[in-house]
Structures are given as structure tokens and as C-alpha cells.
Design a protein around this ligand. Structure first.
Ligand code: ZN
Length: 275
């Protein structure tokens, strides 16, 4: 009887120890997963891990994917800090408040926009052809589209930004005007439009804008600075500013209601040549 009791106690002890060991192991595994939920995300960057963790603390509502994407976008840094130079021209290049072009950056195949534009407008050739096609088609429906600002040189942007900053202060100017080198207009792929009769800042109130919302993507253009996305793009809503990205990308961005930044960091980051 005594021997039986002793055996039972030993058995219970062994089972208890095994249980404790098993649970400990589970906890260790669980802890590893908990400390790094980001490594499963596409474009996870090991070197950004500490930044993901820090950003998730200040943004508890974002899921792991958004944390990775936004830190990769550099949104955990203030605009115009931790910037990178974009060296190669590409139809899908990203120029924004973190990614800039050097003063002497040149757009290949820059051509004059001969129709549907103010005097002296230039665009990259593919963007120009797509714009002319779009302007022709909208005209057939009785509307007017005109390019009022297209390619801008570094010096032009520099004058423009400095004037805004002088009149309106740097903080205000930064919400609607890019610092030289950081303007998408420097890529030759961006266009500001109006409908000739109204000032461009009222473009949202025109039939042409309604048409653009439904059709611009069919020509490869996206509304570059959408409403309520200022925290990602760094710019106020600009109903007049369009960016050429090509047909398939424009369609995807349109259908999924994305900013170009979101598309770029989900599909293109590290695939395009960058410095
Ligand atoms: Zn613009």
C-alpha cells in the first residue's frame, strides 16, 4: 500500500513537471511571435524592427501590415527628414517629402505639350500622349481640360516655394507646395489642370472633375493627393493634381482607393532603382 502511494506521488510529480515544461515552452514560442509580428509582412525590413515597435506604441490602432508599410514610407520621421535621393528615372518613380531629385536631375524624353495646355508646358512623352488622348476624349463630351502646370525645373520650384513661404510662412507653404527637389512636377509625370473657365483651386466643383474621377485612370492617371490622406502624402487635398503611372497601376490604385505611397511601398519598394 505504502509502495503504491509512493509510486502514485512520483507519477503525479512527473506529470506535473512535464506539464510545467510544456507550458514554459509554449510561452517561449508565444513570446517570440508576440515580439515580432512584422516579419510575416511583405517588405518587412529587419533593420527597421525597432522603428516598427516604436511606431506601433504611438499608433496602437494600426495592424502589423500598416505599421511596416508606414515605417517603410518613413512616416515615423517628420517630413523632409531621413530623406533619400532618387537617382533613376522610372515611370513609377516616387518623389515626395522623403524622396527627392537632385538639382541636375533630367527627365528623359521631355516633350512640349502642344495642345490643351498653357504656353511652355512640357511632360515626359508617354505622360504627354496619355494626357492628349484624355483631353481629346473629354472634349468629345463637351468638356474642357487644360494643363496649367506640368514639368518644373528645380530653380522654378525653388522660386515658387520661396515665394509661398515668404507670404504664407514655411509651415503653411509646406502643406501645399513642395520644397525644391521634392516636387513631383520635377519628374515630368505630374500635371495640374483646370477647365479654362474656373480657377484651378475650384476644379473640384466642375463637371470636368466629376469626369476625371470616373475616367482619369483609364488613361493611366491618378488623383495624386486625395482627400483625407494628408497624413500619408504630406499634402492637402488637390483635386487638380494628377500623376501619370500607366494603365494597370492607375486601375489598381483607383479600384483600391490608395495613395501612390501605399501602392509603391506594397509593390515596388526595393524593386526600383534607388540610391
Ligand atoms: Zn501640382
Amino acid at each position: 500500500m505504502k509502495k503504491g502511494m509512493a509510486l502514485l506521488i512520483i507519477l503525479i510529480t512527473v506529470v506535473a513537471i512535464l506539464c510545467i515544461l510544456k507550458n514554459n515552452k509554449k510561452e517561449v514560442v508565444k513570446e517570440e511571435v508576440e515580439t515580432n509580428p512584422y516579419q510575416e509582412v511583405k517588405f518587412y525590413k529587419k533593420e527597421n524592427l525597432e522603428r516598427y515597435k516604436k511606431y506601433s506604441i504611438s499608433n496602437p490602432d494600426l495592424n502589423s501590415k500598416d505599421i511596416v508599410l508606414r515605417v517603410n514610407m518613413n512616416l515615423d520621421n517628420s517630413f523632409y527628414t531621413n530623406t533619400k535621393e532618387v537617382k533613376e528615372f522610372n515611370l513609377l518613380m516616387l518623389v515626395n517629402k522623403y524622396n527627392y531629385l537632385a538639382k541636375d536631375f533630367e527627365v528623359p524624353n521631355l516633350v512640349k505639350v502642344e495642345e490643351y495646355a498653357k504656353e511652355g508646358m512640357y511632360l515626359e512623352e508617354k505622360a504627354k500622349d496619355a494626357f492628349i488622348k484624355m483631353a481629346n476624349d473629354i472634349k468629345k463630351e463637351g468638356y474642357n481640360l487644360r494643363a496649367i502646370s506640368t514639368y518644373r525645373t528645380y530653380d522654378y520650384q525653388s522660386n515658387l516655394y520661396n515665394n509661398y513661404a515668404k507670404c504664407d510662412g514655411v509651415n503653411n507653404a509646406d502643406t501645399y507646395s513642395a520644397r525644391p527637389g521634392f516636387s513631383e512636377h520635377h519628374t515630368g509625370l505630374a500635371i495640374d489642370v483646370d477647365n479654362i473657365t474656373k480657377i484651378y483651386t475650384d476644379f473640384e466643383d466642375t463637371d470636368e472633375f466629376t469626369w476625371m474621377q470616373e475616367n482619369a485612370y483609364k488613361y493611366g492617371f491618378i488623383l495624386r493627393y486625395p482627400k483625407d490622406k494628408e497624413n500619408i502624402t504630406g499634402y492637402i487635398y488637390e483635386p487638380w493634381h494628377y500623376r501619370y503611372v500607366g494603365l494597370s497601376v492607375a486601375k489598381y490604385i483607383h479600384e483600391n482607393n490608395l495613395t501612390f505611397e501605399e501602392y509603391y511601398y506594397e509593390f515596388l519598394d526595393n524593386k526600383l532603382e534607388r540610391s
